[in-house]
Design a protein around this ligand. Structure first.
Ligand code: SF4
Length: 402
């Protein structure tokens, strides 16, 4: 009697937009070690802050929704308990706050510690406070849903029978915030011009955006949605690859959202670059460089320009104080959804999946990890990378061994 053999399981590989595709684009080899090898980074400043600020804003919105506490929120009374809760949640996942960014009381012996407010409020706390008090009053009332998981399926790029893992791949993402607007909600009226400064600032930014208004004119539905994403980082310079990657992310989210049931048209996405509200010394240096190299897309006033250009970048004690308007302008980026650009974004991400699959297949067939995955990243990424000690990337400068 001939025994039948069980057929191979049919598995569709699943890719997360931020966890896989954007990580892979940052550095292929680092992605392999961190994501596929599940090795968490030892000094995850950006990873920690990204998770922290997302958690804080999500929780702040839930509390605002429940209690409608008016703004500005008191840091010690209203915000610090949220920070503590999120810090604890992250520690359970093995993500510990970087000492010089956040004062944690969630370690043995510190629970009841009496410390002054100044001791507590380090950079991450200052940014959390600014994000809640600057954008919260305008953003929270617009929120329709948060942390929405969206999924889709696409043809596997470069599919080869018996070689490729599947003929499709799954793509997913978690949208931080979805807001719902009525078509006429942003119309300018007599009343509007009188109340301009009392108006919702996010709506004002939308009103002033030419491409968004063109999309709004063409809309033939009564309602539309806007996708919102928080980033715990500085606004990228316009020549940086990250600038385009973030655009592709928003466009792909809009494609995925569009595929969900009951979805409304998506006119644009908004990214909040939250470091811009309280820039660090490194951020300020990078902003100055962006302006000097003409890679800044945000209009800067003569006063801000003077303050920044007169600042000695080697002076770590005296920071230039930029205006609130400039900081806000830099922290908000509107990305309008354009069909051609959307197709291009999807193709770009298809290529990325094709590259990941190619590296995976090479490795499965016996190729060494360092030969199967490309080691290429910018200097800032390499300097913070745990794998620089054995990475073959020759650009890496000297590193210290403790
Ligand atoms: S050192 Fe740089 S090139 Fe090498 S793995 Fe890390 S990020 Fe990639």
């Amino acid at each position: 009697m001939k025994l039948s053999t069980r057929s191979k399981p049919y598995i569709i590989p699943e890719y997360s937009l931020t966890g896989d595709l954007l990580s892979f684009l940052t550095c292929n080899l680092q992605y392999r070690y961190q994501n596929k090898g599940t090795l968490p980074p030892s000094m995850p400043v950006q990873l920690w802050f990204g998770e922290f600020i997302h958690g804080v804003l999500e929780e702040a919105f839930l509390r605002w929704d429940l209690n409608k506490t008016s703004f500005p929120w008191d840091w010690k009374e209203d915000i610090r308990p949220i920070e503590n809760m999120i810090d604890l949640k992250l520690q359970v996942r093995g993500l510990y706050p970087p000492q010089n960014h956040f004062f944690t009381t969630n370690i043995p012996g510190r629970e009841d510690m009496e410390v002054t407010e100044a001791d507590h409020k380090k950079l991450a706390s200052a940014r959390a406070e600014a994000a809640i008090n600057i954008w919260g009053p305008h953003l929270f009332p617009l929120i329709d849903s948060t942390e929405e998981l969206i999924k889709g399926i696409r043809d596997m790029p470069n599919y080869k029978e018996n070689i490729s893992r599947s003929n499709y791949y799954g793509i997913n993402g978690v949208v931080d915030v979805i807001t719902l607007f009525k078509k006429d909600e942003l119309k300018k009226t007599e009343q509007f011009s009188l109340d301009y400064f009392k108006e919702n600032e996010i709506k004002n930014y939308l009103r002033e955006n030419k491409e968004f208004n063109e999309n709004l004119q063409k809309l033939d539905a009564n309602e539309y949605e806007i996708i919102i994403d928080y980033k715990g980082m500085k606004r990228p310079s316009i020549n940086d690859n990250t600038w385009n990657h973030h655009k592709w992310q928003i466009l792909t989210y809009s494609w995925l959202k569009h595929k969900q049931e009951d979805s409304k048209p998506i006119l644009c996405g908004i990214i909040f670059y939250l470091n811009e509200l309280v820039p660090s010394y490194e951020d300020l240096r990078a902003i100055k460089q962006d302006i000097l190299k003409n890679e800044n897309d945000v209009k800067i006033s003569d006063e801000d320009l003077e303050v920044l250009m007169n600042w000695d970048e080697n002076d770590e004690e005296n920071y230039p104080e930029l205006s609130d308007k400039f900081k806000k302008d830099r922290s908000i980026r509107i990305i309008t959804v354009d069909d051609d650009e959307l197709d291009n974004a999807l193709e770009e991400f298809d290529k990325v999946v094709g590259d990941i699959e190619e590296s995976l297949i090479k490795e499965t067939n016996g190729c060494k990890i360092k030969d199967a995955w490309k080691a290429e990243a910018d200097e800032r990424t390499c300097n913070a990378c745990d794998f620089k000690t054995f990475c073959n990337n020759n650009k890496i400068k000297e590193f210290k061994v403790p």
